[in-house]
Ligand binder design. Structure first.
Ligand code: NOJ
Length: 534
């Protein structure tokens, strides 16, 4: 599965923001790369307060991305090329520009229009304090006070993300019915499924109890074993069971993929029970340290948890919310997951990062289950780690008062042609986020048909993965030493060397693909993964 972030993939009209016709024009790249399906991040009408994850109309296309007819064309062209298309569904919150929220603001406290969201009276004198202690994932309080229709200070509304993303009230049947209708709208247009944004957030603990623990805001794991009242409540599962029934009533295979930052793996597996979603992103895998024991532990745990419910495991190393793995893995071991990297921060070692990223990718693509790729990683693209702070657009940057740089560094428009304006992203120099000066060397046209290029490694891996049926295969460990992981999947032996000394391959094995050159005597060097015929 290949994630397209439409703003940054391909810009046909030259306004510096990618668009749907741009994606359609480049579908050939995805076929050549060898992926099965694409997931499109949101392209719906939106004020873009959170790069489109603030949806004002769930049944249309924002003019910056094109028209509804362009979405139809994209789906049709993708299908004609054998690619499936998954779209992003954002059900936890709407945009504050959504007609429902506009109506709610104009309506009095206690009205049916307000009941669609989470409005509450404030605490303290005159209700001047937020209703509880919850914090927004992007920083600052999770509540904003609005005036009453008569202009006097009124109630507060909940927004777990930006102030422009009011949380919906999923206890209300009308909200449920509306989203079932949205699902139908896109299923009728032929989409193959949905990636469900913040799938662990829709239902809140009824009492909206205060939450005092410091926590990773997107983790459902919480502190000291207590589940936060805003994440991973048992009530969400009923919603997904309803949606599953709806999808199953459609012809063909339609799928639901959960974006749920939930730990441990067993809690996450509950989202992919046989009558719920089909897959859930495995963020524990993304966050695991680059050591043999950490990788062994997360792979084993992930497989066991999803096997227990009969679902495929998923694997992911990069997306539009995290530092790209070619840079993340170049940070000193043990560095906590950064939320963006800026010019003043310690810089990743680019060579080490790319070497490890390639090894991690080959390890991932050899695992049974579904692998999710993020646009640009097939080029070995690093994070933009020196972006001018003035150029930043992620609401995190402002809402955290500059404490967190945010996610812009992984969202920069990707390079296609080394010598073209905007590296071929569009016909002009325009690019909604600045592209780093050094990106020409990563451009697709510098890597196609170049032996050893990261792009050619991805292509070869995806071809072998298909030929050897690795996605539907079974993993059996061969070696789990401190510095080495080795496993079999079907007729392939996969070896990753995390240690300083080279590792020999067993006699008689024939290397098929490796993430870096092998030693002259055939040994696997540090931070290299090799696939061999056993
Ligand atoms: C998860 C999305 O991936 C992220 O980009 C967005 O900011 C939040 N959900 C809120 O919708």
């Amino acid at each position: 599965m290949y994630q397209i972030y439409p703003r940054s993939f391909s810009d046909i009209d030259g306004d510096g923001i990618g668009d749907l016709p741009g994606i359609t024009a480049r579908l050939g790249h995805l076929v050549e790369l060898g992926v099965d399906a694409v997931w499109l991040s949101p392209f719906y009408p939106s004020p873009q307060a959170d790069a489109g994850y603030d949806v004002a109309d769930y049944r249309d296309v924002d003019p910056i991305f094109g028209r509804l007819a362009d979405a139809d064309e994209l789906i049709a062209q993708a299908h004609a090329r054998g690619l499936r298309v998954i779209v992003d569904l954002v059900p936890n919150h709407t945009s504050s520009a959504h007609p429902w929220f506009v109506e709610a603001l104009a309506a009095p406290a206690g009205s049916p229009a307000r009941a669609r969201y989470v409005f509450r009276d404030g605490r303290g004198t005159d209700g001047a304090e937020p209703p509880n202690t919850w914090r927004s994932v992007f920083g600052g309080p999770a509540w904003t006070r609005v005036p009453d229709p008569d202009g006097r200070p009124g109630q507060w509304y909940l927004h777990l993300f930006d102030v422009g993303q009011p949380d919906l009230n999923w206890d209300l049947p009308e909200v449920r019915a509306e989203f079932e209708d949205v699902l139908r709208f896109w299923l009728d247009r032929g989409v193959d499924g949905f990636r469900v944004d913040v799938a662990h957030g829709l239902v809140k603990q009824a009492d909206l109890a205060d939450w005092h623990y410091p926590e990773e805001p997107l983790s459902g794991g919480g502190s000291e074993g207590v589940r936060p009242p805003m994440w991973d409540q048992d009530g969400v599962h009923e919603i997904y069971r309803d949606w599953r029934r709806l999808l199953d009533s459609y012809p063909g295979e339609r799928i639901l993929v959960a974006e749920a930052w939930v730990q441990p793996a067993e809690r996450l597996a509950a989202y992919v029970r046989p009558d719920e979603m089909h897959q859930a992103f495995n963020f524990e895998y993304l966050l695991a340290a680059w050591t043999a024991p950490a990788q062994y532990a997360v792979i084993t745990r992930s497989l066991a948890a999803t096997d227990a419910v009969g679902a495929p495991t998923t694997w992911v190393l990069s997306n539009h919310d995290v530092v790209r793995h070619a840079s993340r893995l170049g940070l000193p071991p043990g560095t906590p997951k950064p939320n963006g990297i800026g010019a003043g921060d310690p810089q990743p070692d680019a060579a080490v990062g790319l070497r490890r990223a390639r090894a991690a990718t080959l390890l991932m693509l050899a695992l049974p289950g579904s692998a999710y790729l993020y646009q640009g990683e097939e080029l070995g693209l690093p994070e933009h780690t020196t972006m001018d702070d003035d150029a930043r657009q992620d609401p995190t940057w402002k809402r955290s008062g500059g404490a967190e740089r945010g996610r812009d560094g992984c969202r920069v428009p990707i390079p296609w042609e080394a010598d073209a304006p905007s590296y071929g992203f569009g016909p002009t120099d325009a690019s909604w986020l600045p592209q780093p000066a050094l990106w020409a060397e990563y451009a697709l046209d510098r890597q196609r048909e170049v032996a050893g290029a990261t792009y050619e490694m991805y292509r070869a891996a995806l071809m072998l993965r298909r030929e050897h049926g690795l996605g539907r295969g079974t993993l059996s460990w061969v070696d789990t030493a401190d510095d080495v992981l080795a496993f079999r999947n079907g007729d392939l032996l996969v070896v990753t060397n995390f240690g300083a000394d080279p590792v020999g391959l067993p006699a008689g094995t024939q290397p098929l693909l490796s993430s870096g050159p092998l030693d002259s005597d055939g040994g696997v060097p540090t931070d290299v993964t090799v696939w061999a015929r056993a």
